[in-house]
Design a protein around this ligand. Structure first.
Ligand code: ADE
Length: 247
């Protein structure tokens, strides 16, 4: 059974705690499968008035969080180098986060996430302590906290025991380079629309085949760019065409 410890360096710990302690991740915290330790960067500002930021050398608008406050917060997390957590900085300059990265991060024992605010953090601290920068998309947020919650949520759900069963994520969108196909529940006919007959047939092999083709068709319609990465056989293309014609 794996588990994960998150250490989050932030000026707004409550934003992280309110999010992660709710719903499925909250249950995982209660069960001890994940743990979340927030560190308020302000506690390491090094002055009596709690000032963590200053103006940018060379001019420019806004304030930067000082290298010292971030470095000292990070340093408080471990006593010897063997315990040094894998460390990421949430930033719009980072690599865009995806499912592959979520899987990779879920294999770490300990993950430190640094959240910037205002104009960001003095680059010297980032360069010294961060293993990588991660963005959640090509837009700018007011701070890294929401982005950190996104990363923690998607990483947590891949830790054993967080979701009710493992299949819940092995079959879903993005895991095998495709989107999940359409899915249906009772009744078998609603509003004049019938659930595909094969799904009611009880024929496991036929259902599995339908799911694969349905997943490829969904990807073809909604994210055709993802098909470039896949090896689709001629007979699969024929089945995809046939299914698409019925939609
Ligand atoms: N901080 C500000 N904008 C961000 C983004 N797009 N991703 C991650 N962290 C951020």
């Amino acid at each position: 059974m794996n588990s994960m410890r998150f250490d989050v360096l932030t000026l707004f710990p409550e934003q992280i705690e309110n999010n992660i302690n709710a719903s499925i991740t909250g249950r995982a915290v209660k069960k001890g499968i994940i743990s979340v330790n927030t560190v308020n960067i302000r506690d390491y500002c090094g002055n009596s008035y709690g000032k963590v930021d200053d103006t940018v050398y060379g001019g420019g608008t806004g304030l930067l969080i000082t290298a010292r406050s971030v470095y000292d917060s990070w340093n408080s997390l471990f006593d010897n180098d063997d315990d040094r957590p894998y460390t990421v900085y949430m930033s719009p300059k980072g690599h865009v986060f995806d499912q592959k990265k979520a899987v990779e991060l879920s294999r770490k024992k300990r993950l430190c996430i640094i959240c910037g605010h205002y104009e960001g953090i003095d680059s010297r601290a980032i360069d010294l302590i961060c293993d990588e920068e991660i963005s959640i998309g090509d837009y700018v947020l007011t701070g890294g906290e929401l982005a950190a919650c996104v990363v923690m949520d998607s990483v947590s759900r891949m830790i054993d025991g967080v979701l009710p069963n493992e299949e819940a994520f092995t079959d879903e969108s993005h895991m095998g380079g495709t989107l999940e196909g359409k899915s249906f529940t009772m009744p078998s006919e609603w509003n004049g629309i019938k659930v595909p007959e094969v799904l009611l047939s009880g024929n496991d092999a036929a259902i599995e085949e339908y799911r694969r083709i349905s997943s490829l068709v969904e990807t073809w319609i909604k994210r055709p760019d993802m098909l470039d990465e896949l090896d689709i056989s001629e007979s699969e293309w024929e089945k995809m065409l046939a299914l698409r014609r019925t939609l």
